[in-house]
Design a protein around this ligand. Structure first.
Ligand SMILES: Nc1ncnc2c1ncn2[C@@H]1O[C@H](COP(=O)(O)OP(=O)(O)OP(=O)(O)O)[C@@H](O)[C@H]1O
Ligand SMILES: [Mg+2]
Length: 507
């Protein structure tokens, strides 16, 4: 048997104006866990799309060998037939179908044109057990959180008898706990002989599970390491990714919070469908001028719901309590009203709530601040371009120009556009929900610097973050939530990872 289950030679893939992959080589050993690292836009997702047939033979140059023969896939179906399964960066389930329908969609067998549903419900139970998802197979997928949806995707891959799994940033939307479970699952698959290729920006996870790491930079494969034999470290990977050392992952900052600018008192929010359930339960907190607050807690703690219910009442059937801004009760009844009151918001879900994918970068950046670039009610195109161009440079949005459709950007670069838009709106109080999700280490520290600068200018920031190091590195104070309630608050000086976990889970 060949040592390598997957081999790529001299792969080049171009899009109009962009060489996404430039002579890439990759060799994945049978049965190993192989991680691909690289900055946003380095070409990771594109590489996986070539391997799995999303980009058909003929649309790229070079060769892909799978199980010893050269492939010529015309669609994902072709690669699936040979035992290759890909789980994309953005989840691709059908939200209004059930778990079992999603698992078997597209590969059900019929007898005289009839599908034996019972059989598939039973069989899906088998796969749900393997991935550790404890939900009835009839559950509609949109009712599941992202973590659980991820498990459905994996169950689907297993049901197709995949012997190589490609996972594009599988843990980017998961909290620590869920991530760990998922990584354990991948390790378990390895024991059963399943090969995994995992793309991730979380380098600690990479080093924990990977046998081999390949680094892409600007579409080129620049290095490949045997994690154990080469004693691979995070800083080595970063150096290869970025092309230089990155010493300050959390830039220093002197914080001098001033007076209270926002106060939330006894805030309770009821579930949008089940009107008696409290999703946010009697929450009170305050925010000072120039302060960065972090909200931590396990998934489902109610952090996003809390922020959305404040910003334009975007969540919940109704809410009780008070939100004061500079001592007054402003109208926050719609997103527009909230923006007029000086609030800004970055949503954790860039796809459904953030970007207009069929529009270009500059339009997406400017569309929350048209007043700033208009004269007599008309948008000044040149001005719009200049501003967008500035953010493209500051945040290193990788794209030939600001005229590029956001749909064509890599996941992390899309996130940078979302961040730019809110920065341009320049709110006094900036609520950011998982602002650095899917963003590479270099661009992360750029975003941290910008948030720090905003705070230094007297703006205030509320950050919902599932990455504890980020909260610890950035925040003046950390509120810990669970089950819709605030369980405690820690200052920058007293906060540690253990204390946060303890507050969230005990008592
Ligand atoms: N359909 C497309 N049309 C034009 N350009 C594209 C298209 N898809 C990707 N690109 C470009 O190819 C490059 C590589 O993108 P890719 O999505 O592979 O990056 P990535 O390494 O996965 O990044 P991230 O970490 O942000 O997910 C980027 O410059 C991107 O803008
Ligand atoms: Mg990607």
């Amino acid at each position: 048997m060949d040592e390598y289950i997957l081999e790529i030679k001299n792969l080049t893939k171009e899009f109009p104006g962009v060489r996404a992959l430039d002579n890439v080589d990759l060799r994945v050993k049978r049965g190993e866990i192989h991680s691909i690292c690289g900055e946003n836009g380095a070409g990771k997702s594109t590489l996986m799309s070539v391997i799995s047939g999303v980009y058909p033979k003929g649309s790229y140059e070079g060769q892909v060998f799978f199980k010893g023969h050269e492939t010529a896939y015309h669609s994902v179906k072709d690669s699936e037939k040979e035992g290759l399964a890909i789980i994309h960066q953005e989840l691709a389930l059908s939200p209004y179908l059930s778990i079992y329908e999603n698992i078997f969609l597209g590969h059900m067998q019929t007898k005289f044109g009839i599908i034996n549903w019972d059989r598939y419900i039973k069989e899906s139970n088998k796969y749900l057990k393997i991935v550790g998802l404890n939900e009835p197979p009839e559950t509609i997928v949109s009712k599941l959180g992202v973590g659980k949806q991820q498990l459905v995707e994996i169950a689907r891959a297993l049901s197709k008898k995949a012997d190589i799994l490609i996972l594009d940033e599988p843990t980017s939307s998961l909290n620590d706990d869920e991530s760990e479970k998922l990584l354990d699952l991948i390790l378990e698959f390895k024991k059963q002989g399943i090969t995994s290729v995992m793309i991730s920006h979380k380098l600690n996870e990479v080093l924990k599970v990977a046998d081999t790491v390949t680094v892409l930079r600007d579409g080129k494969s620049v290095a490949s390491y045997d994690v154990k034999a080469d004693k691979l470290t995070e800083s080595r990977i970063i150096k290869d990714m970025v092309g230089r050392d990155l010493t300050h992952r959390f830039p220093d900052r002197k914080s001098q919070p001033g007076d209270t600018v926002m106060e939330v008192k006894n805030w309770t929010v009821y579930h949008p469908d089940f009107h008696k359930i409290k999703v946010v339960d009697d929450v009170s907190f305050f925010l000072r001028k120039g302060e960065i607050l972090a909200f931590c807690g396990p998934m489902g703690a109610g952090r996003t719901e809390l922020m959305m219910s404040i910003f334009g009442r975007s969540y919940g059937s109704r809410s009780e309590g008070e939100v004061l801004i500079n001592g007054k009760k402003p109208d926050l009844g719609s997103c527009r009203a909230a923006m007029n009151a000086g609030l800004g918001y970055i949503s954790e879900d860039r796809k459904s709530l953030g970007l207009i994918l069929i529009q270009d970068i500059k339009t997406n950046i400017s569309n929350a601040s048209l007043g700033k670039i208009s004269r007599f009610g008309i948008v000044e195109g040149h001005q719009e371009m200049l501003v967008a161009e500035k953010y493209r440079k500051d945040l290193n949005i990788r794209s030939p120009s600001v005229h590029q459709m956001t749909r064509n950007l890599s996941g992390g670069n899309q996130q940078k556009v979302v961040v730019s838009r809110s920065l341009m709106a320049d709110p006094d109080i900036f609520i950011v929900d998982e602002p650095t999700r899917g963003i590479d280490v270099g661009a992360k520290s750029e975003i941290y610097s910008i948030l720090n600068d905003m705070a230094a200018q007297g703006k205030s920031i509320i950050m919902v973050s599932s990455e504890l190091p980020e909260a610890l590195g950035m925040a003046d104070r950390i509120y810990v939530m669970n089950e819709g309630k605030i369980k405690g608050v820690l200052t920058h000086e007293e906060a540690t990872q253990e204390k946060i976990m303890h507050l969230a889970l005990v008592n």
